[in-house]
Design a protein around this ligand. Structure first.
Ligand SMILES: C[S@@+](CC[C@H](N)C(=O)[O-])C[C@H]1O[C@@H](n2cnc3c(N)ncnc32)[C@H](O)[C@@H]1O
Length: 213
């Protein structure tokens, strides 16, 4: 059981889970085994639905890891859409490339190698949709960078805003304390943005959704 959803609801929702995409199943297992954090299944479902509703032509992701969410976004986006994804870990980039090649989305997904703080200022064209999923202590600055690149009416989607539930409680285990503090500060910052319509939803590990005014 997580601190966000109770066990019976989690089990009930799990019963509707589709397992028809072998590659995604494999990636979920691999990430679990190697302890590589990827978007939870329910948050990834929500992400896909938002992409299908919003129909972004240009998507930017900050934090590729093994490209699980990049591939899911590419599957959900239209044929002519592109997914640009930024990753600084060379180990993850290697894995991401292999999975992207196997996904059939290699023409839709482009990996930008390097630190987002160096890559983002070099990006010339704006985006319709930005998914922020990098190191939590960098979220505030990365939100500022993202807002420069987000078109008016564009959507920003941010993962981990409940931080395993610890953003909402006082008693936090020592290994979660620093990130929980960062996330709490970020949430105040995110919810007070005057140029965004923002909300935080209890999906997955907590999803921040902002629409640029
Ligand atoms: C939570 S994982 C991303 C998971 C991925 N979005 C998914 O759901 O499948 C975060 C990734 O962001 C990368 N990262 C963190 N900070 C970054 C930065 N400043 N620039 C580029 N990559 C970064 C990490 O190396 C890690 O692979």
């Amino acid at each position: 059981m997580t601190l966000i959803l109770t066990a019976p609801q989690e089990k009930y929702l799990e019963s509707f889970r589709r397992r028809d995409n072998e590659l995604l199943n494999e990636m979920e297992l691999f990430a679990k085994e190697k302890k590589i954090p990827i978007l939870s299944w329910d948050a990834a479902e929500f992400l896909e639905q938002i992409i299908k509703i919003h129909k972004p032509k240009r998507v930017l992701e900050i934090g590729t890891a093994i490209a699980y969410s990049s591939i899911r976004m590419a599957y959900a986006a239209g044929k002519k859409s592109v997914v640009h994804t930024i990753e600084k870990s060379s180990d993850n980039i290697k894995l991401a490339r292999e999975y992207i090649n196997r996904s059939g989305c290699e023409n839709k997904i482009e990996i930008f190698e390097g630190d987002a703080f160096e890559v983002m200022p070099r990006l010339k064209n704006k985006y319709d949709f930005i998914f922020l999923d990098a190191d939590k202590e960098d979220y505030k600055r990365l939100l500022d960078y993202s807002l420069i690149l987000l078109k008016k009416g564009g959507i920003i989607f941010v993962d981990n805003l409940l931080w395993h539930g610890y953003a909402a409680v006082k008693k936090v285990p020592p290994n979660y304390r620093a990130s929980a503090k960062n996330i709490k500060e970020f949430n105040l910052f995110f919810m007070s943005q005057t140029n965004l319509h923002t909300t935080i939803l209890p999906i997955g590990d907590g999803i921040g959704l902002g629409i640029k005014k």
